[in-house]
Design a protein around this ligand. Structure first.
Ligand code: ADP
Ligand code: LRH
Length: 493
């Protein structure tokens, strides 16, 4: 039996997709209806998301479903976290949302901490400090006297905004709301004191919907434009990492994950946020998830450094596909040089090969020269950083984790999966690669009563998608490399 048709719109920092989901004989089947690149746009000094194009691509996905004669039961949208737009008195978007890698938040953290200590913010929110968190973006806008804040009445995060364009209803969704660093997970509401102290009007913020809540249906103008009937829209775990972790095919309630795409998000799922000194010291976060869970995790810079290197080479007329780059890395000399992928110098867009050279010079290493050497350096350094964060996750959650689930587009990089297993010295279970889209679907099906809860969904996901197991190899070499890596990067200090 075939059950229903739903679409998960999953917008990653590098690409977006409309995935059709169906349940056939008790298994999930996914079909890619539409895929598009997500290209940030620099205007003057500012870096933006192309929000209207993203909305256009969502409509293209709906049209493709229509043209294949597919009747949809529901849709849901997830995207990267922290970014937002404001809606003005006339119901229209004020300004074009900034990209979290825009430099307007450089040095904002220190300025805000002069007004409000970091420990107070962490105690209230349990969220890690990243300079692009919404709290710092809003503070930077305020300091710059941005007209957005005068004209804007309502604050909507990226999926909230796209959902608003589709339905005409304004809500904030919980999993994404927690990433603002303005939400209090203990109280379960926006943190009023924090908002007051920072001068952010409470009236900006909407009612917060839990993942799985109905969030309206396609409004008439959209149905007319596309020639489709009105379809229910659900709030899913609209933070893509929340959706990705919802799709981890774990059997054990205690599990480690790595959501591997533009970012590498590593951690474990917990029932209550872990807000203590050690969590703050390790700069771990507690992001809201499905069914009242939290993701105790840490951001690692991820394949972003590789994406930007590829873009740089392309600019210079040398195009490589990702599989080609992985192949070059495999052929390069092992354990040449290392970087700390989380050094702030790698955050903003730009010439990563040049920054890697600079990093190597500053740390007394011979700079890598060929593309293969550079990619090898990036991938080995990521795998070694995974070990560091894996062990921190174990310490912080006070448990021994027996392996690592990897989900996301990065698992197509089999070398990275194998090296991750080698670095942590435990098995890696890779799959599914479309984790965020599948987690998005799972929440829609839970909302429809098709699945009882997230654990039933995870069981079905496990039965529906292959998982590749990588056993650790070359343990001695990787341990020696790890010692060198820790010393060189100074990450343990
Ligand atoms: P996001 O959702 O953050 O945009 P994805 O989860 O789609 O990212 O992952 C994209 C990344 O996956 C790319 O940057 C690339 O490094 C990696 N990737 C995707 N396909 C392949 C492939 N065939 N071989 C190697 N790496 C791949
Ligand atoms: C991954 C992600 C991550 C956030 C970052 C802004 O796409 O949502 O969880 O920290 O983007």
């Amino acid at each position: 039996i075939s059950l229903g048709n739903i679409i998960a719109f999953d917008l990653g920092a590098s690409s977006g997709r409309a995935m059709l989901g169906r349940l056939i004989d008790g298994k999930i089947e996914i079909t890619e209806l539409h895929r598009f690149s997500n290209d940030p746009v620099q205007v003057g000094d500012r870096l933006h998301w192309d929000i209207l194009r993203l909305y256009h691509e969502i409509k293209q996905g709906l049209l493709k479903a229509k043209n294949q004669g597919i009747e949809l039961d529901s849709i849901g949208i997830d995207s990267w976290a922290v970014d937002f737009g404001f809606i003005g008195a006339n119901g229209e978007l004020v300004g074009n949302p900034y990209h979290y890698r825009d430099r307007h938040t450089d040095h904002t953290m220190e300025k805000l901490f002069a007004q409000l200590p970091a420990s107070e913010i962490f105690k209230r929110t349990g969220i890690q400090f990243l300079q692009f968190n919404t709290i710092f973006q809003l503070f930077a806008l305020k300091q710059a006297n941005s007209p957005w804040l005068q004209e804007g009445n309502r604050f909507l995060m990226i999926p909230d905004l796209l959902r608003y364009f589709l339905t005409g209803e304004m809500h904030n969704e919980f999993s994404n709301a927690t990433t603002t660093q303005l939400f209090n997970p203990v109280k379960g509401t926006w943190d009023q004191e924090l908002l007051q102290q920072l001068g952010f009007p409470e009236s900006w913020f909407c009612e917060v919907l839990q993942p799985g809540s109905p969030a309206g249906k396609l409004q008439e103008s959209v149905c007319e434009e596309l020639g489709i009937p009105s379809i229910p829209v659900y709030a899913v775990a609209e933070h893509d990492t929340g959706s990705a972790v919802a799709a981890v095919p774990a059997t054990d309630r205690s599990f480690a994950y790595l959501s591997c795409g533009t970012w590498s998000l590593m951690g474990t799922e917990v029932q209550e946020p872990v807000i203590n000194d050690m969590a703050q010291q390790f700069n771990f976060t507690n992001e809201g998830g499905v069914e009242g869970t939290y993701r105790l995790l840490k951001n690692i810079m991820g394949l972003w450094i590789l994406q930007e290197s590829r873009r740089e080479w392309e600019k210079a007329g040398q195009s490589y596909t990702f599989p080609e780059l992985v192949q070059l890395a495999g052929a390069a000399k092992p354990f040449g040089v290392f970087i700390d992928p989380d050094h702030p110098m790698f955050l903003a867009p730009g010439d990563m090969p040049a920054r890697i050279t600079q990093y190597c010079r500053e740390t007394g290493q011979q700079a890598p020269e060929t593309a293969g050497e550079i990619v090898r350096c990036i991938l080995e350094s990521l795998a070694l950083k995974y070990r560091f964060v894996f062990e921190m996750t174990e310490r912080l959650s006070n448990q021994t984790l027996n392996g690592l689930h990897m989900v996301g587009g990065g698992i197509n990089n089999t070398l990275l999966c194998q090296w991750s297993a080698n670095a942590i010295g435990k098995p890696v279970w890779a799959g599914p690669s479309e984790g965020s889209a599948i987690g998005n679907m799972a929440v829609q099906w839970i909302a429809q009563g098709v699945f009882k809860d997230i654990w039933e969904a995870r069981r079905v996901i496990r039965d529906s998608f292959p998982v590749e197991e990588y056993m650790p190899e070359e343990q001695e070499q990787w341990s020696a490399a790890y010692e060198r890596f820790v010393k060189l990067t100074g990450i343990a200090q």
